[in-house]
Design a protein around this ligand. Structure first.
Ligand code: ATP
Ligand code: ZN
Length: 225
């Protein structure tokens, strides 16, 4: 087991949030030596350890109190929260800061040739997504009778493969949709990266460290504006 006195922060190991999250930690003065294949990285100048994991695991690690903090996209965080609430598992956390990277939107997109006169055109359809809870919440709010088909990858090829009528996926430029003959139709969730903390109280030392780090994060974000 690692030293419980050190602040544990979960960060995506490899992907769209990794570089910006690690750059932010370095910008606030945390010295880190990250070696490729390791799960954990120790700071050399602060009592902080990074846990380098898949982004999907980060909300659960924070909600279970296994790590003290985490950097995560709001899309993933909200989906995990809904999933855990549905199965009555712990889903609490505190959002410390909304960050200035990781921006994207979760949108419903349809094949170019599909007739669409408004959201009611989705009635009776199957929509492929990695975010079934967010999608089903949206269908309920909008009074649409459609079903979510869970796919963890290759969502954008589902209509061509005959697996679904439409998709609901993360979009930033729209290039991937276009390349797959799809058209963005409804934005269901707007997301950015956030820094979260576990709901359970931390030791005085750890909380004091976080309280010293947060103004530095604010400073780095302001300097970029
Ligand atoms: P992992 O292997 O860690 O599970 P992943 O493939 O699930 O990685 P990434 O594609 O690296 O995840 O995306 C991580 C997060 O980056 C997304 O959940 C989202 O919050 C954010 N993001 C920002 N822009 C985009 C985009 N254009 N497409 C997908 N995700 C984006
Ligand atoms: Zn992931």
């Amino acid at each position: 087991m690692s030293d419980s006195k050190r602040l544990k922060i979960a960060v995506q190991k490899k992907g769209r949030l990794s570089d910006d999250s690690i750059a932010l930690l370095k910008a606030i003065g945390i010295k880190l030596q990250i070696r490729d294949r390791l799960l954990i990285a120790h700071s050399t100048n602060q009592p902080i350890d990074l846990l380098l994991v898949r982004d999907d695991d980060i909300p659960g690690l924070v909600m279970d109190g296994v790590v003290d903090m985490g950097f995560i996209g709001e899309n993933e965080l909200e989906e995990k929260m809904l999933e855990r609430q549905a199965s009555k598992r712990p889903a609490e956390f505190q959002t410390l800061r909304r960050l200035d990277y990781g921006g994207c939107r979760l949108s419903i997109a349809i094949p170019n040739e599909m007739k669409y006169t408004g959201i009611e055109s989705l009635n009776g359809t199957k929509v492929a997504t990695t975010y079934p809870y967010l999608l089903e919440r949206y269908f309920t709010e909008q009074n649409i009778d459609a079903s979510a088909v869970m796919l963890t990858g290759s969502v954008e090829v589902a209509p061509r493969a005959g697996v679904a009528d439409a998709i609901c996926d993360l979009v930033s430029t729209g290039a991937t949709l276009e390349a797959n003959g799809l058209r963005e139709q409804e934005v269901i969730f707007e997301s950015k990266a956030v820094l979260i903390q576990k709901a359970q109280p931390l030791s005085e030392d750890k909380q004091a460290l976080i309280n010293r780090l947060l103004p530095r994060i604010d400073g780095v974000m302001q300097a970029k504006e």
